[in-house]
Write a protein that binds this ligand. Structure first.
Ligand SMILES: Cc1ncc(COP(=O)(O)O)c(C=O)c1O
Length: 379
């Protein structure tokens, strides 16, 4: 079946007891067992429940994995993925990765004897050079947040396969509609489902999609041991959101391209970071490995003062963290999402004080252009 059909039907069969086209929210903590040692597939909601299992089947199918687990947040899932490592292991991570991953690894996981190197993964040669005898994982976010650097997943998968390391790709920014990391050689895909998969800014959730049964067994063990599995109501909301993923992503992609071109031509904008523009340094890689360019982009207005002027004068775009919803969100990475990243790292990876990030929504694009234009003209 096609992507849109799978997004609507896989894991979403009518509920057998009543025929309800939408499965109910199983808001229960425990399941009555007909006799000792027997249950009807569920025993306790921390371990699993029907809404979680349904959503896990959907995301596994859309990413082309053999299984999936859904978590209370993207970070809860990412934490379990790093726990596949053992003391003494080394992981290579994209240097412009989401700030929460830097915080988790450098401020917490290092205490358990894990070693991390932050590398510009848009250069496979730099990834190759960072490999050590104890490298067991390569963790790539592509495109990266908020600099929109693109990493060549197929090229990096060859490097990781040669060392027997696990390649993990964060596919949050493009969603499985626009990019398929497993088909390009990744073993694990992670998502902040809070973003495009849900798409309506009304739930927080994460997903880990796997290809290797022994990784799946360990992740399931961690999910039920730590109690980080997603609750029924949030699974219900995200399952509902996923049903429109294909149509939403088509419109996000169209609006993203239009806004990127508008900003690139605007006299108050110094540079635009969007993989769909021929001026983007990894445009060719994006064309090769993505089925579109999505709706995340950043642009530079040179100074913090200019950025403040734009952010304080937009009316339709909402000043907020997060991304991937139907409504356009605008933010200032240096003081918001990436404030915990050390200033020298921010400078090195290009998160300047004048950089503004937009998650372009699916409103009428002319309205978005008018709003951005009137705010930029205040500079
Ligand atoms: C690319 C990316 N990955 C992971 C996360 C973490 O997800 P969550 O906020 O759902 O824990 C985020 C959050 O913004 C993100 O942007």
């Amino acid at each position: 079946m096609g992507f849109a059909t799978d997004a609507i039907h896989v894991g979403q069969e009518p509920e057998p007891a009543t025929g309800a086209i939408v499965a109910p929210i199983f808001q229960t903590s425990t399941y009555v067992q007909p006799e000792l040692g027997k249950n009807k597939g569920y025993d306790y909601a921390r371990t699993s429940h029907p809404n979680r299992r349904a959503l896990e089947r959907t995301v596994a199918k859309l990413e082309g994995g053999s299984g999936a687990f859904v978590f209370t947040s993207g970070m809860a899932g990412i934490d379990c993925v790093f726990r596949l490592l053992r003391p003494g292991d080394h992981a290579i991570i994209s240097e412009a990765v989401y700030g929460g991953v830097i915080r988790l690894t450098t401020q917490f996981l290092v205490q358990w004897g894990l070693e991390f190197s932050f590398v510009d993964t848009s250069s496979p040669a730099q990834v190759e050079r960072a490999i050590k005898p104890n490298t067991k994982m390569i963790y790539v976010e592509t495109p990266t947040n908020p600099t929109m650097c693109v990493s060549d997943i197929a090229a990096i998968s060859k490097i990781s396969a040669a060392r027997g390391a696990t390649l993990v790709v964060d596919n949050t920014f493009l969603s499985p509609f626009l990019q398929s990391p497993i088909a390009l050689g990744a073993q694990i895909v992670v998502h902040s489902m809070t973003k495009y998969l849900n798409g309506h800014s009304d739930a927080v959730g994460g997903a880990v999609i796997l290809t290797n049964p022994s990784d799946a067994e360990k992740i399931y063990f961690l999910q039920r041991s730590t109690g980080a599995g997603l609750a029924p109501m949030d699974c219900f909301l995200i399952s509902r959101g996923i049903k429109t993923l294909a149509v939403r992503m088509k419109q996000h992609d169209a609006n993203g391209r239009t806004i990127a071109r508008f900003l690139e031509d605007h006299p108050r904008v110094q540079r635009v970071l969007y993989p769909g523009l021929p001026s983007h340094p990894q445009h060719e890689v994006a064309v090769r490995q993505q089925r579109g360019f999505g709706a995340m982009l950043s642009f530079d207005v040179v100074t913090l003062e200019n950025a403040r002027t734009v952010l304080n004068h937009v009316k339709l775009c909402s000043l907020a963290e997060s991304l991937g919803g139907v409504e356009t969100l605008i933010s200032h990475p240096a003081t918001m999402t990436h404030a915990s990243v050390p200033p020298e790292t921010r400078q090195r990876v290009g998160i300047t004080d004048g950089l503004i990030r937009i998650s372009v929504g699916i409103e009428d694009v002319e309205d978005l252009i008018n709003d951005l234009d009137q705010a930029l003209r205040r500079i």
